[in-house]
Design a protein around this ligand. Sequence first.
Ligand SMILES: *Cc1c(COP(=O)(O)O)cnc(C)c1O
Ligand SMILES: [Zn+2]
Length: 466
Amino acid sequence: MQTEAVYQCCIHPQCRNSSDLSDTTFRCKRCGSLMDVCYDWNRLPIPKKLSEFEAKWSRRYDPLDYSGVWRFRELFPFARPEQILTVGEGQTILQQANGIAEYVGLNPGCLFLQYEGMNPSGSFKDNGMTAAFTHARMVGARRAACASTGNTSASLAMYCAASQTMKAIIFIGSGKISYGKLAQALDHGALTVQIAGDFDDALTRVQQVSAQLGIYLVNSINPFRLEGQKTIMYRILEGLRWEVPDWIVVPGGNLGNVSSFGKAFVELFELGLIPRLPKLAVINAAGAHTFYQLHDRQQVRWQSGQLDQAKIENYFKQMDSNQDRANTLASAIEINRPVNLPKALRALERCGGVVREATDQEMLDAKARVAMGGFGCEPASGASVAGAKRLCQEGIIAKSDRVVCILTGHALKDPNITIAYHATDPKMFEEVLGKRGVRRAMFANRAIQVSNDLDEIIKAIEVFTS
Ligand SMILES: *Cc1c(COP(=O)(O)O)cnc(C)c1O
Ligand SMILES: [Zn+2]
């Protein structure tokens, strides 16, 4: 193990526990908090300016410099190059989106979309999975497991298949996974365990099973996932010619992303590589709004690690006694108890920021508008654009702020919802969306029915396109 990288308890100033990277429980032995991966930067070669990373582009023949994750490896140096498993993840770029800016309420030139659906398995999860996998190889793991709403399992299954040495075991809740994602896990050969319950139940079980059988766990309690996901922020900075945007807007599920993004910016700031921190906005689904409730309604704060644990426990108890379970069409963020809650609170405290919720209606309309702007994303990704729109309406985001919305997953992950949204047959709309509270499709694009007759076809096309 490289000694410049260690685990540190995430409430380090209070607990001060630290250990080497061989442990795979990812929890502090002293207080049970999640661990961070931390570096002794003084003993490591750090670039003087972020623009030095541009030199990597001339070395694209080297898979580590081709990867949009590993070409930034000096900023999460826990592995030796020969230990790294890459499949060319992170080839994603920041794109300006003026039509969508207008929809959100921003000035032209102010909205940027970071389209992480471009990753090999079709979601941002690959950024973190390549890092977790690399650590799994460092500790000699032969089996890796996760509980998943879909994308984590698709990514895990892909890396296991690519490694040729590791076996994937995935836990999914019943009826809670979209077909695109399940198809990937099955196709890549993952052992798929469907349990009667939801994501939170599956996550509890996978932790028990992994501990008992010594299986490597890759859910986002795994801090190496968060290390890899930091590179999404580095690529955003690169896209802005190394300038810091005003806002990063991201959907919130288990809160791994926002935790990772906060860590990325704080580290760059402390290393003197950026002059200021952006604000972070996390968007929950209205049907899975634990973080919104705790942070913005009940004012739960990080407070340097002295967070109000009783208030949080109380909230969860109340949820249980009300049988209040997460329920949203955005299945990727249908989560009751986000495991990275403390780290996410830390990120919001360090960077400043807010949490908002978006309804399924708002997410699906935003997703359709985003698609009309040329970016195909899945329902959960619509949350960031819907949330940015809401924050503009509230005046929290100014029209002239530079805003980056993360599009977390690819459109083809969940075609059923998209087809129902554009359905010509109202029964189909009702069955998939109406029953779940969606009333209308603001950007519906309905297929037209024409008889098999050349004149009729030509007439129809003229009517609809002239
Ligand atoms: C996993 C996932 C999320 C949630 O990310 P967290 O880091 O768990 O908050 C959002 N969108 C998509 C498409 C995902 O796959
Ligand atoms: Zn501790």
